[in-house]
Design a protein around this ligand. Structure first.
Ligand SMILES: Nc1ncnc2c1ncn2[C@@H]1O[C@H](COP(=O)(O)OP(=O)(O)OP(=O)(O)O)[C@@H](O)[C@H]1O
Ligand SMILES: [Mg+2]
Length: 241
């Protein structure tokens, strides 16, 4: 298990009296696109924040890239995109990238080259000098994705990366995810979009704070005797968590 990309063992989390994660075990190998699915409030973001090391479970352990979390040297190797955009509205796209790049120790020509490259990947090259306050929701999402990609991370953890992004751009972004995965980068993401779930190598379904099913999209469809991931979601949704 030490050589898995992610190894989660017996984690639980309570907020007040409300238990939001219940004894989750999860192993994700390297080099996959792994999707977390589940209804709103299921606990996906809570789990993601623990994988990134910005929140702690009450019990259990989280290992990322072989190390117990939270660990700064591992956090530096993760490109993280939260569910809410954390951007400086008064700065331009490029200035945002320069700011976040400097936090990763990037500077000068190297930073400029990486910034231009990631803006190209998310199709924002024409908006490089536009203030973020003038961006649409989808443009902000794409800039957040560019920031997650900036430091060339080994692992990408993306909480609903394509919310508000139109179908044509989503397709392009998913093509990029495939290219990144094929280059050896592991990608963990959450989504409510079922055709995206189908494109993942493996899926985990979370409901009521429990991991209730996991496997490839094909395996999950077979287990639930369903034709589509949407039907799998509905079948599991009707079960007691
Ligand atoms: N800081 C917090 N304090 C109290 N309760 C919280 C906190 N963060 C999350 N919760 C609760 O934990 C539960 C799981 O929330 P979480 O954000 O992980 O769900 P989610 O699966 O990501 O949902 P969505 O699909 O809507 O993003 C919810 O009931 C939520 O209200
Ligand atoms: Mg969430």
């Amino acid at each position: 298990m030490n050589n898995a990309c992610i190894a989660v063992k017996g984690i639980s989390k309570k907020y007040g009296i409300h238990t939001v994660l219940k004894n989750i075990d999860l192993t994700i190998p390297h080099g996959q696109i792994y999707g977390l699915l589940g209804p709103s409030g299921a606990g996906k973001t809570t789990l993601i924040r623990m994988l990134v090391g910005i929140d702690n479970p009450d019990c259990g352990m989280v290992r990322v890239l072989g190390e117990l979390m939270p660990k700064l040297s591992i956090m530096e190797q993760i490109g993280y995109m939260g569910q809410a955009d954390a951007l400086y509205e008064e700065l331009t796209a490029l200035q945002n990238l320069e700011f976040f790049g400097s936090l990763y120790g990037l500077r000068g020509q190297k930073l400029k080259k990486r910034a231009e490259h990631v803006l190209e990947l998310v199709l924002l090259s024409d908006d490089i000098n536009k203030k973020v306050s003038q961006f649409s929701g989808g443009m902000k999402r794409r800039l957040s994705l560019a920031i997650a990609l900036l430091a060339n991370p080994r692992l990408l953890i993306l909480d609903e990366p394509t919310v508000g992004i139109d179908p044509r751009l989503r397709k392009t972004i998913w093509k990029q995810f495939g290219i990144l995965r094929d280059s050896g980068i592991s990608i963990i993401l959450t989504t409510h979009v079922m055709d995206e779930a189908d494109k993942c190598d493996s899926l985990g379904m979370i409901q009521g704070g429990r991991l209730i099913a996991s496997g490839t999209p094909c395996e999950l469809k077979k287990k639930a005797n369903a034709d589509t991931i949407e039907d799998v979601f509905l079948v599991y949704g009707e079960m007691e968590p």
